[in-house]
Write a protein that binds this ligand. Sequence first.
Ligand SMILES: [Zn+2]
Length: 231
Amino acid sequence: MMRQFLYSLFVAACLSLSLCARPAITATIGINAAIRTGVATMPKQCKPGKTSPEALGWRWRPGTLVRVYYLRNSFSETEREALTRSVNGWNNALRGIGSSVVLTVGGERDGVSQNNASITVMRGIPRGRERVGEIKYYSLSNGVVRMTVTIGPAVTDLSALTSLMTHELGHSLGLADCYECRRGTTAMAAFRSDNRGNDVYEPSECDIFVVASAYASETGAQANIVPIEQR
Ligand SMILES: [Zn+2]
């Protein structure tokens, strides 16, 4: 997640990294898969790149219980509650689409979790200028997949924390950034400023639809992990 005004710079960087390792998964493929498997059709207002994010090509294995931990001394109790609101928001969405993936808050811990299907959330400086948050995926050869979310020290507003966490959890479920998306339409849009969020505090209908599409084609095989490290 980064702030909006560096978007053009981001695009330039992206092009030199061959499209930021975004897989060539189009919304059309997702939609067809969703239709085949009986997921509701795409809500009318969802236009990829305008009001709807696209899928990264990553998803958790069916039935995965993803544990979200907060690194001790990173967040106050009220901040943890604000972060947990976005965990609950995504959980409600996952339940609503019949996904067998469940997020659960594992509480505070002293160190970064090395366990499979864990996400450790901490304070820190996200890499790259003007970033407010960052998610890193670690995919180990023994099959362990774990993630860390780093939240910049400037993000202190509770609503902004919920907004940012909803965005980063969107990545953890396979959504790509959509900095060009209209504000208020998707959790994957850019932040206005450190503490103003992006006006989305729970996954939007379009976010949920794209996640549902990606998980509709669940075959038991895990999609390839995408080597993204932030956004
Ligand atoms: Zn992002």
